[in-house]
Write a protein that binds this ligand. Sequence first.
Ligand SMILES: Nc1ncnc2c1ncn2[C@@H]1O[C@H](COP(=O)(O)OP(=O)(O)O)[C@@H](O)[C@H]1O
Ligand SMILES: [Mg+2]
Length: 307
Amino acid sequence: MGIEQGELFGLLGPNGAGKTTLISVLSTIVRPTTGHATVCGHDVGRDQDAVRKCIGVVFQDPSLDDELTGEENLDFHGRLYGIDAETRARRIDEVLDLVELIDRRHDLVKTYSGGMRRRLEIARGLLHRPEVLFLDEPTLGLDPQTRRRIWNHILDLKDSYGTTIILTTHYMDEADQLCSRIAIIDHGKIIALDTPEAMKAALGGDLLELGIADPDPEFVKTIRSVPEVAQVSVQEDKLMVTVENGESFIPRLLSYAHDHDAPIGWVSMRKPNLEDVFINLTGREIRDEAIKEPGDRIRIFLRRKNK
Ligand SMILES: Nc1ncnc2c1ncn2[C@@H]1O[C@H](COP(=O)(O)OP(=O)(O)O)[C@@H](O)[C@H]1O
Ligand SMILES: [Mg+2]
């Protein structure tokens, strides 16, 4: 597979899927046991120096010096990359401006919040103007507001520099909102590769859930026989129906229920998300602290109330 120049590409997968390992291989930190890869045309196994010159990496684990100021952290990095003093000063201003940390440049990093640290690390990753930037879980553990702010910075830097960005995440909403294409990875293997839109569309429409226990098989059969219905699955206390156009199907569904005397406690509808895509592929949830969609929250509430 290949990633296009200027693309914002996502690697989405649960913890332990192998995202960090893949980034480590592509950034020449770990040698692959098998297979090969090229970054900016250079082989990651043979031309390590050439690869390192054209990439920037923001690691999953924080790697700033707490006892230095924000600006000093950047300056140190610039020196490592052999950037001359004048260029360094100019670029430090520029990247600090991009991540809105100009005001705090002279403060020690130990006084920064988690979100500020992450922004400084992204700024540092950009200082030597890499063609390709790797971001490993850029918003891990941050609150929703800070995550959104970082998303905006990521989109900004893609627009202003045309940098190719490869980010890993286990937050499905992050992959969905930011990335033009994503690879879903699980157990060290890519199990799907496409645009988020195409992945969701492949599921076959909207997801309707009906609160009903042990539904009448005739009722289920009637729903299954509707041509627009892509999938019906009977679960413990509910029925899940994937249908082309959920809004217009609800009235019909309720009239089928009426015909079969099927007691429906509640109905909910939502658009499929990448979690549904993942479940469809693996039978498991990405799970974790992933932020749920507002629709999900309502669904959970209704389910509890029904018990
Ligand atoms: N392609 C692979 N083949 C074999 N083992 C792998 C592969 N990718 C990752 N691993 C192993 O899986 C574990 C978790 O990988 P990691 O990259 O930290 O996952 P993630 O960043 O997705 O949470 C590590 O012990 C790593 O050595
Ligand atoms: Mg990781």
